[in-house]
Design a protein around this ligand. Sequence first.
Ligand SMILES: [Zn+2]
Length: 424
Amino acid sequence: MRTFALLFFLVALSNALPVLAADTWVIPAAKIYPAPNAEPIEDGVVLVRAGRITYVGKRESAKIPKSAKTSSCVGGVLTAGFQNSHVHFIEPRWEGAAHKTAAELEQSLQDMLTRYGFTTVFDTASDQANTVALRARVEKGEIRGPRIFTVGLALFPPDGIPSYINDLPPPVLARFHLPRNAEEAKAAVRANIAHGADGTKLFLHTSPRQGVIRRMSADIARAAVEETHAQGKLVMAHPTSLEAMRLALDVGVDILVHTTLGEEASWDAATLARMKAGHQSVIPTFKLWIYELKKEEVPTSVVDLLVDATFRQLESFIAVQGQVLFGTDVGYMHDYDPTDEYVLMAKAGMSQAQILESLTTAPAARWKEDKFHGQIAKGYAADLVMLAADPSEDVRNFANVQCVFRAGTPIYSSPQSSSPKSSS
Ligand SMILES: [Zn+2]
C-alpha cells in the first residue's frame, strides 16, 4: 500500500514539473477524436512540442524523436480540450483571488472545471477585478487552470438586479452596471473592456422582486452591443422570455446563454430564421433547469414537461443549423458535474459528434480561434482531454476524465489515472 502511495506521489510530482519547451512529448491513446466529424484514429499518438501539436496519427506511422518523453497519462480516448461557455466565478471560494493560496485556488479550479476536461472557460458575469486577478495568476503559471475569458461586470436594467443573485456581497452588487441611457451603456462596456473583459453580458428582462419585471430599453441594449462589436467582442444575453429573445435579436446579441424555460410557445420559424441569419449561438443549460425547478420543489412530472419544451427549442434550433455552445452555469449552480448535461443534450437529439462540437470546434469558431483551438491537428494548441472511456458508447463518458493538458502541460490528473481503463 505504501509503495503504491509513493508511486502515486511520484506520478503527481512528475505531472507538476514544468514542461520544457524544447522537449517533445508523446501522448499515446487507444483512440483519438481529432475533430467531431473526423474519422477517429485507433491506437494513435499525439506529439507535442513547445505547447503545440506537431503530429497526430497512427502510432505505427509516427516519427518519434529518440529524446522524446512519454506522458504518464496514456491509453484512453483523446479529444481536444473542452470549453465551458457559461461559468461564473461568484462563489465565496473565489473571493480575494489575488491573495488566496495557489493550492486553494487550484483545488477550486479542479473541483469546478479542470477535472471535467475544461481547458477554456467563459465567465458570463462576475466580480471582474477578482476574476481578472485569478486569470493573471493562472497565466503566470502559478496555478494550474484553464484559459479564462470573462464578460466582467454585467449590465442590468435600472433597479433590475435579479432576485436570484441579490445575495452576492453588497460591494460586488454596487459595482454592477445599471445604465440609464445609451451613453452610460457605452461607458460601461468601455470600462469593462479596458479592465480586461472579453465581451459584454446583458440582462435584458429581470425580476428584482416578486411580481416586478424590469426591462432594458432597446436603445440602451443596442448601444451596448454596438460598442462591444466596435471593440471586436461578442455580446451574451439571457433569453428569459420570448419577448426578451426578440429584443436580443433586434439589438444584435450574439449568444443566448440559456434556452427559455417556462414558455408555452416554441421558438417559431420566423424567430429561428432570424437567429440563424443573425449568427446567434445558444447555450442550452438543461441541467440548470432541473436544478432550479427542484429547488422550487416543482413536481417531477411538471419538471419533465417544462424541460421537454426546452429540448424542442434546441431541436428546432439545430434543425436550422444553429450553433450550439456547451455551457452549464456552474459557479451559479453549485452542482459542478456536467454528466447530466451530456445526457440531457443527447435526450434533446444531439449526437455524440454534435456534443463534442459544442465543446470544441463550435466555441473555437465562435471566438475566432479555430485556426489554433478546438481540434487535435498539427500546429494547434496542445489543449487535450484524455477520457477513460469512449463517449460514442455513452455520452456520460465525456465527464469521465483521466487527465487534461493545457498547451502540452498537465493541468489535471485523475487519482485513478495510473491505471487507465480500456476504451472498449
Ligand atoms: Zn449564468
